[in-house]
Design a protein around this ligand. Structure first.
Ligand SMILES: Cc1ncc(COP(=O)(O)O)c(C=O)c1O
Length: 392
C-alpha cells in the first residue's frame, strides 16, 4: 500500500533551514526561519513561562485528561486577551495544537457547515493557509494584497477583488503583522473592508498569530475586536507560539463567535472536531499561559518582556531602513520602518535573493521575506551593504 505514495513537495522554509545549517561560512545570517531571536540569536524561554513551569512542577498532582475543548480557564483567559469582555455568551472555543491547529479546525468547521463556501486568502499569505485549504479540497480564491512598488498594501486591488465575495464565503484576514509582507491595513481601511464584507454577507476568519509583536498587545487586537463587534459570525484562530514563546508546546485557540442561542451547537461541533482529529488538545502550554494570565505579577512580567521583544524589532526596523537609505542612496526601503511584526517582504527578485545567499551567506525566503528578528545591530549594516551591492 505505502508504495503507492508519491513524494510530497518540500516545504521551502524547511529547505532553507537545511541549506543554512549546511553552509560552513562563519558569518552566515539566517533571516529565513519564522521564530523570534534575541540579539545573541537565541529564542529564549520567557521569564514568566519559566516561573509558571516551576510553579506547575511544584503543584501539579495529576496528568489525567483535561476537557475536550481545553481547560475552560484557558479558553476564558484567551477570549479575554483577544477580544476583551462581553463575549461570554457568544464565544464558543476550543484549545488547539498551536495556531495551525486552530486554522485547520476552523477550515473543517467551514467545510462541515457549508461545503460550497469559498475561502478567500490574501496574495501573498502564509503558505500553510492555501496548503491546508487545498489538502481539505475546499474551494478557494485570492485577493490582491501587496504593492511591491511601495511596499504597502494594494488597497484598491484588495477592495476590487473582495467585491467578488459571495454570501457565505469565508475571508481569511491577518489580524495584525501580516505574514509574509509586514504591510498592514490601518483601522480606517479595516472599516472599509468590513463594510464590504458585511454588504456581501461574508464570514470573517481572522488569523491572529502575532498579537503583541506589532503596535502592542491591545493595539494588535483592535482590528479583530472591530470584526467581533460588527459581525454575527466570526472565526478567530489565535496562536501563543510567538507572544508567549511556546512554539513547541503547540498552544492555540479557535474561537467561533455566534448568536447566544446557537452557541451550544457550535461548541458541540468544535468539541466533535477536536475529538475526531486528536481528541484532547495539548495542555502544557495552555496551562502555562493560563497561569500567567491569571497571576497579576506574572502577567506584568510577561507583558514587560513581550514589550522588549516588540521594541527590539521596531528599533531593528528603523535601523535597517536608515542603513538601506544610506547604502542605496534612496528611500526605496523606507517601508521597512512602517511594516509591523516579525517579517518584511523586501521586493527583491528571486535571482537577487539567490545572490545574497550564495555570495553573501544571507538567507531569506525566495519571495524576499526577511525575519527582522534574525538581525542584530551588527548584522543590519552587513545586510544593507549586501542588498545595495546586489541592486547595483
Ligand atoms: C500567519 C500565521 N498563522 C499561523 C501560524 C501558526 O503558528 P503555530 O501553529 O506555530 O502556532 C503562523 C506561524 O508561523 C503564522 O505565521
Amino acid at each position: 500500500m505505502l508504495e503507492a505514495l508519491n513524494p510530497q513537495p518540500q516545504d521551502k522554509i524547511l529547505q532553507l533551514i537545511a541549506l543554512f545549517r549546511d553552509d560552513p561560512r562563519q558569518a552566515k545570517i539566517d533571516l529565513g526561519v519564522g521564530v523570534y531571536k534575541d540579539a545573541t540569536g537565541l529564542t529564549p524561554v520567557m521569564r514568566a513561562v519559566k516561573a509558571a513551569e516551576k510553579k506547575l512542577w511544584e503543584t501539579e498532582t495529576t496528568k489525567t485528561y483535561t476537557a475536550l475543548a481545553g481547560e475552560p480557564a484557558y479558553n476564558a483567559a484567551m477570549v479575554q486577551m483577544i477580544l476583551g469582555s462581553g463575549y461570554a455568551d457568544r464565544a464558543a472555543s476550543v484549545a488547539t495544537p498551536g495556531g495551525t491547529g486552530a486554522i485547520r479546525q476552523a477550515l473543517e468547521l467551514i467545510r462541515m457547515a457549508s461545503p460550497a463556501a469559498k475561502v478567500w486568502m490574501s496574495n501573498p499569505t502564509w503558505p500553510n493557509h492555501p496548503s491546508i485549504v487545498k489538502y481539505l479540497g475546499m474551494p478557494s480564491a485570492e485577493y490582491r494584497y501587496f504593492d511591491s512598488a511601495s511596499g504597502g498594501v494594494d488597497f484598491a486591488g484588495l477592495m476590487a477583488d473582495l467585491d467578488g465575495v459571495a454570501a457565505g464565503d469565508a475571508v481569511l484576514l491577518h489580524g495584525c503583522c501580516h505574514n509574509p509582507t509586514g504591510a498592514n491595513l490601518d483601522l480606517a481601511q479595516w472599516a472599509q473592508v468590513l463594510d464590504l464584507l458585511a454588504a456581501r454577507g461574508a464570514i470573517p476568519f481572522v488569523d491572529l498569530a502575532y498579537q503583541g509583536f506589532g503596535d502592542g498587545l491591545e493595539e494588535d487586537a483592535a482590528a479583530t475586536r472591530m470584526v467581533a463587534a460588527r459581525f454575527p459570525e466570526v472565526l478567530i484562530a489565535a496562536s501563543c507560539s510567538k507572544n508567549f514563546g511556546v512554539y513547541r508546546e503547540r498552544t492555540g485557540i479557535l474561537i467561533a463567535l455566534t448568536s447566544p442561542d446557537r452557541k451550544a451547537v457550535v461548541q458541540g461541533n468544535l468539541n466533535y472536531l477536536n475529538r475526531q482529529n486528536y481528541s484532547f488538545p495539548p495542555d502544557h502550554g495552555a496551562r502555562l499561559v493560563t497561569m500567567i494570565l491569571e497571576d497579576a505579577a506574572l502577567t506584568a512580567d510577561w507583558k514587560a518582556e513581550l514589550e522588549d521583544v516588540r521594541l527590539n524589532m521596531l528599533s531593528l526596523r528603523q535601523q535597517l531602513a536608515d542603513e538601506l537609505r544610506r547604502a542605496t542612496n534612496s528611500d526605496r526601503f523606507d517601508f521597512v520602518a512602517r511594516h509591523r511584526g516579525m517579517f518584511s517582504r523586501l521586493g527583491l527578485t528571486e535571482a537577487q535573493v539567490a545572490t545574497l545567499r550564495e555570495v553573501h551567506g544571507i538567507y531569506m525566503v525566495g519571495d524576499s521575506r526577511i525575519n527582522i528578528a534574525g538581525l542584530n545591530a551588527k548584522t543590519v549594516p552587513i545586510l544593507a551593504a549586501a542588498i545595495a551591492q546586489v541592486l547595483a
